[in-house]
Design a protein around this ligand. Structure first.
Ligand code: AFP
Length: 332
């Protein structure tokens, strides 16, 4: 039986879940932009897109050429469709308005255009992460404050992973669905329905080189995992760390696991490395929709009230029983 295309699935969502046609258009445009990014990423050195761009972003990080290109692709693709009131990107200091030539819509799009940039030049999977909020009523020129909504307000979230396959995972609040790019036809075809993350796991993901900087609850939890069957958990665990959040999260969506990027003592002023609005929130929405859990160690990520656009957050997400356990250690 032929697989459903992304378009057919979204039309089905319109009929069964009342998906707003403007949101369907947004998702189709983002999917087309993802194809363009996938094409550029796939060219690598042959496309002259590897290496540094020679600029830095608002995070003070050196930008890769593909960071800049991916951002440009998403800004251009989403400017003219009439469904957005504004956009915000990891790669841009403040919100980007809609050009006066085009009508405004009711949604706000937030994204990390190319997550995992440090992996681009070594041919390791990278990705795009995006989140959709409603623009506050009556706001036609959204400023930063319009974007500062808790993740529970998201109407849609997704990511694309540029790996052996180019694959998009999406949620509009009725479960998580995955679409694999058919390079022969250029269509995204439905390959994952109602994704479910196992509640238990034997696999954890953390950058263990930072262990000496972690807070005690994280040290306790990870040391118990490392103790294996001779320790309090009574079983061995495996570790993975891709250093592309999208790749690590996609593995967890596919077979379970726990992903952790805790705050650490290197910079006590920073609550973590990952950004709340366009990394933590969309991934938390997807993970919870797949039956997993996502906290900052103390509360659901989706309940965190943002104070600024590029705010960072500690992240513990994935298999519910493990996230609940490490979160409980923060209360001990
Ligand atoms: P880059 O986009 O700068 O490579 O950062 C990727 C990321 O935000 C996230 O995707 C990874 O999980 C995390 O950083 C890796 O951080 P470390 O390099 O400290 O392990």
């Amino acid at each position: 039986m032929a697989r459903l295309s992304l378009t057919h699935h979204l039309i089905r969502c319109e009929r069964e879940h009342g998906l707003d046609p403007d949101l369907r258009l947004l998702l189709e445009v983002v999917a087309r932009a993802v194809k363009a990014i996938s094409h550029a990423v796939g060219k690598g050195a042959l496309g002259g897109v590897l290496g540094a761009a020679g600029s830095t972003n608002v995070q003070g990080e050196a930008q890769k050429k593909l960071d800049v290109l991916s951002n440009e692709i998403l800004v251009e693709a989403n400017s003219w469709g009439g469904y957005l009131a504004g956009m915000a990107s990891e790669e841009m200091d403040g919100p980007v308005g809609i050009p006066v030539a085009y009508p405004r819509g009711k949604y706000l799009l937030l994204y990390d255009p190319l997550d995992g940039s440090s992996n681009i030049d070594v041919n390791v999977s990278v990705g795009t992460i995006f989140s959709v909020l409603k623009c506050p009523p009556g706001v036609t020129e959204p400023d930063e404050r319009s974007f500062l909504q808790p993740g529970s307000q998201q109407v849609c979230a997704g990511y694309a992973v540029y790996g052996p396959q180019t694959l998009m995972m999406l949620t509009i609040g009725h479960g998580v669905f995955g679409f694999t790019l058919d390079r022969d036809t250029g269509s995204f075809l439905l390959t994952h329905e109602q994704v479910q993350i196992p509640a238990d796991t034997g696999e954890f993901a953390i950058n263990a080189s930072n262990m000496r900087h972690w807070e005690p609850p994280v040290k306790r939890y990870v040391n118990e995992l490392l103790a294996g069957r001779t320790g309090p958990r009574g079983r061995d665990f495996n570790m993975r760390w891709v250093a592309s959040m999208v790749a690590d999260v996609h593995r967890i969506m596919s077979r379970g696991g726990i992903f952790m990027y805790p705050r650490d003592a290197r910079d006590p002023g920073k609550p973590g490395r990952l950004r709340l609005l366009y990394e933590g929130n969309p991934m938390a929405f997807l993970v919870e929709q797949a039956g997993g859990a996502a906290t900052n160690g103390h509360q659901r990520i989706l309940e965190v009230l943002p104070g600024k656009l590029h705010e960072r957050v500690a992240v513990f997400l994935g298999s519910k029983n493990e996230v609940d356990l490490v979160t409980s250690y923060h209360r001990a």
